[in-house]
Design a protein around this ligand. Structure first.
Ligand SMILES: Cc1cc2nc3c(=O)[nH]c(=O)nc-3n(C[C@H](O)[C@H](O)[C@H](O)COP(=O)(O)O)c2cc1C
Length: 158
């Protein structure tokens, strides 16, 4: 029997003080769960992620803080650098968004969502917005986001 090729999950994040990174690490652990065998995961800091990474990906997780009511500058830079480079080459990339914020998060969500329409990235899930402390519940939720996306890719749901 022919084995389907592995699916590719790209995780791109920017984190200044490590909050988003904690959530992304949990999502990464979820995506790399032992029961998911045929998904390759590539986790990159936003400044190191390039158009080629997006073209490699079958699914995407974006992680950003909310800074000044918007996505973080590092995430914006990634989107600025890749948007035109991949224009017309992405049909519809399933994605999930993880946001860390002190008191809101909605500006980061809406700014990413607006730009995601253009690529297009298609949300598989409501954005995970963690306001305040990164506690076990938040880490579990992020873990589940990673697992859901990876399992869905493996199963051909997305
Ligand atoms: C320059 C700056 C601007 C920020 N603006 C907001 C904001 O508009 N809304 C909010 O809820 N939190 C805001 N925060 C708080 C961060 O979103 C929050 O501390 C987040 O957990 C940082 O994540 P990180 O460590 O991954 O960068 C801001 C933080 C910084 C440094």
């Amino acid at each position: 029997m022919t084995q389907n090729p592995d699916k590719h999950l790209l995780i791109v994040f920017h984190s200044q003080s490590g909050h988003t990174e904690q959530l992304i690490d949990a999502a990464n652990r979820g995506a790399c769960s032992a029961e998911i065998e045929h998904v390759d995961v590539r986790k990159l800091v936003a400044k190191n992620a390039n158009p080629e990474d997006l073209l490699w990906a079958d699914g995407l997780i974006l992680g950003t803080a909310e800074n000044f009511g918007y996505m973080s500058g590092g995430m914006k830079d990634f989107l600025d650098r890749t948007f035109y480079a991949v224009e017309g080459m992405i049909q519809s990339l399933p994605y999930a968004l993880i946001v860390s914020a002190d008191n809101d998060g909605s500006g980061a969500v809406s700014s990413v969502q607006r730009i995601a329409l253009g690529y297009p990235f298609v949300a598989i899930h409501e954005p995970l917005v963690v306001v305040g402390e990164i506690d076990d519940k938040a880490l579990d939720s992020a873990h589940d986001v990673g697992m859901l996306l990876a399992a869905g890719l493996e199963a051909g749901v997305f």
